[in-house]
Write a new protein. Structure first.
Length: 269
């Protein structure tokens, strides 16, 4: 079977299995685990379709995507372990329409489940298919020496991975301290950016694009980092800070701290 025809049904089946698991354990936030591990599966499955010699680019992609996915998977698992469901999914749940179909037993529950399946699991599956394009393209079709621009990609990949790893670690340790559960972290990388983890994530995926750039028609893969950047800026990244709006400590933090790109704090003199 050609990879082009394999990936869409694989992602559909993969996200559907995670959805069934979410129904069983009654937690929609397992989709965060599906997201992190899904790119690893796609990378290694794509490799099984490869019929050309592995090049240096392929090794970099496999290594960094696997490390990125494993780190994010265990970070999300540790963050949500023994805690209530991530607040983001309650937020989305409130916005879902209350559909009803006459004659269907427990129609409200069925339609809510369908809405979750479509708007959470299949939506993220579709995003995964778009964002993973450089991974699939490079591991299936490219076997060439690295170009100059590809080294910039490696630098971006390593920098982005380092930034988001440190940012997540700092926030995790901060929230673990007694009395910090509802407080804002404003130290470390978070002193220079309100979302250093998202900044690192964006840098990582632009790095993956630059690692593939230079090969014929590879410029079209820009849809991957553009999609990821849009999601971080307007869907599930920066907009999530609206829950803090109106809090005096957040408003002060917002006035003095860059939203995304790390920059010097605007401290009052």
């Amino acid at each position: 079977m050609e990879l082009l025809w394999f990936v869409p049904p694989f992602i559909l089946a993969y996200m559907s299995l995670w959805f069934l698991l979410s129904l069983w354990i009654r937690r929609r936030d397992v989709v965060d685990l599906a997201w992190a591990s899904g790119f690893i599966f796609l990378a290694w499955i794509t490799l099984s379709f490869r019929d050309i010699v592995l090049d240096e680019r392929a090794y970099w992609v496999l290594l960094l995507v696997t490390f990125w996915g494993l780190r994010l998977f265990f970070h999300n698992y540790r963050r949500n372990l023994h805690k209530e469901e991530d607040w983001r999914y309650h937020h989305w749940h409130k916005k879902m329409p209350h559909w009803h179909y006459q004659g269907l037993k427990n129609s409200h529950a069925c339609c809510q489940a369908l809405a979750v399946y479509l708007r959470v699991f299949l939506f993220q599956g579709a995003l995964m298919m778009i964002i993973a394009l450089p991974i699939v393209y490079s591991l299936r079709l490219i076997s060439l020496p690295l170009f100059s621009v590809n080294y910039l990609g490696i630098l971006f990949l390593l920098s982005g991975l380092f930034i988001e790893t440190v940012a997540d670690w700092q926030r995790y340790r901060f929230l673990k301290k007694e009395g910090n559960a509802d407080k804002l972290i404003t130290t470390g990388l978070w002193k220079f950016s309100r979302h250093p983890n998202y900044f690192g994530e964006i840098i990582f995926w632009w790095g993956l694009y630059f690692l593939v750039l230079g090969v014929a028609k590879s410029w079209m893969l820009v849809v991957s980092p553009l999609t990821l950047t849009y999601v971080m800026l307007f869907v599930s990244g920066l907009p999530m800070e609206d829950r803090y709006r109106g809090r005096p400590d957040f408003e002060a933090y917002k006035r003095r701290t860059s939203a995304l790109i790390p920059w010097f704090s605007k401290e009052k003199k």
